[in-house]
Design a protein. Structure first.
Length: 307
């Protein structure tokens, strides 16, 4: 199944993460020795791909050199019983990483996504996010001692005397909101972000802060960035966004009024669009956003309420 604007890329629960088994080193060793198991090699957050831009995934039993050279090996899960591992080759020069993996190129998953199945895109993004986390957690934030990986790469533990702190992969949630104007005709609020090209409009988004609910974050972001207060907030869906640690949580909100006051910092411009205006923009060659973005999904479902 390919990714289209009806499905959200990078999620989907394609793998059995086998949380009850991955804590057992003997079980993991047996999976690595299993002829069916495969390895996804990554280099500095990029997928390693063949000349025809397919992700390489050698059999684990044929990848002794790759596994020995890896900075980190993590267990992603079981795909119809077949174990999928990912390895990080980031400390190697690019040419060496490509040679070890038998790959032609290192490419970001977002540049490949149109040619991947939904399951492939989800696995590559998952591997990227998990391996990225490991690279930033080599030392304990409490005592400064080195940490070691465990549980198939889903935990790190501190080796410091008397510390033993456990580190878990961190997720940083962000809210993304399609705001509707009150009354008729139906209009939605889009903004141009600082640095975005002229005519590039998107929904509003921001990170959730400590001590906030998701709905609090929606209200604060809209008030801060666009001077819009909202009377109603409803959940629409969420998207894994491990670039490197995000979770995008999509909402729809109704504004109390049509007044807008952009902050001039994050947003340089914001305005209301009718459905007809948005459709005209699409017809004019301005897509609603990247195919892998929840932004496009929120706008697409607003334009076509039957979806
Ligand atoms: Zn420690």
């Amino acid at each position: 199944m390919r990714i289209d604007e009806r499905s959200l890329a990078y999620g989907g629960g394609w793998l059995d993460r086998a949380a009850g088994s991955r804590t057992d080193p003997a079980w993991l060793a047996a999976r690595l020795a299993d002829r069916a198991s495969v390895v996804l090699p990554l280099w500095r957050d990029r997928c390693l791909v063949s000349a025809d831009r397919r992700p390489v995934r050698p059999a684990a039993v044929d990848a002794a050199g790759l596994l020995a050279a890896a900075d980190e090996t993590v267990f992603l899960g079981l795909e119809e019983g077949r174990a999928i591992f990912a390895v990080d080759l980031s400390s190697r020069p690019e040419g060496e990483a490509l040679a070890l993996a038998g790959a032609a190129e290192a490419v970001d998953v977002r540049a490949l996504v149109g040619g991947l199945t939904a399951a492939e895109a989800a696995m590559q993004a998952y591997a990227k996010g998990l391996l990225h986390w490991h690279r930033g957690q080599r030392y304990c934030g409490g005592c400064g001692a080195a940490t070691v990986t465990r549980d198939g790469g889903h935990t790190r533990s501190c080796g410091g005397t008397g510390c033993g702190r456990l580190l878990f992969p961190r997720i940083e949630p962000a809210v993304i909101v399609l705001v509707e104007a009150p009354g008729e005709p139906g209009r939605c609020l889009l903004a141009r972000h600082r640095g975005a090209p002229e005519g590039s409009w998107s929904t509003l988004a921001g990170f959730v802060e400590v001590g906030e609910s998701l709905e609090d974050a929606v209200r604060r972001e809209l008030a801060e960035e666009a001077g819009v207060s909202v009377v109603e907030v409803s959940y629409q869906g969420s998207q894994a966004w491990p670039f490197p640690a995000g979770l995008m949580v999509g909402f729809r909100a109704t504004a109390a009024s049509t007044e807008i006051r952009v902050d001039g910092e994050e947003l340089v411009e914001a305005r209301w669009f009718t459905r007809a205006e948005l459709r005209a923009r699409v017809a004019d060659g301005h897509p609603l956003g990247r195919i892998d973005s929840i932004d496009r999904h929120l706008l697409g479902s607003w334009l076509d309420p039957t979806r």
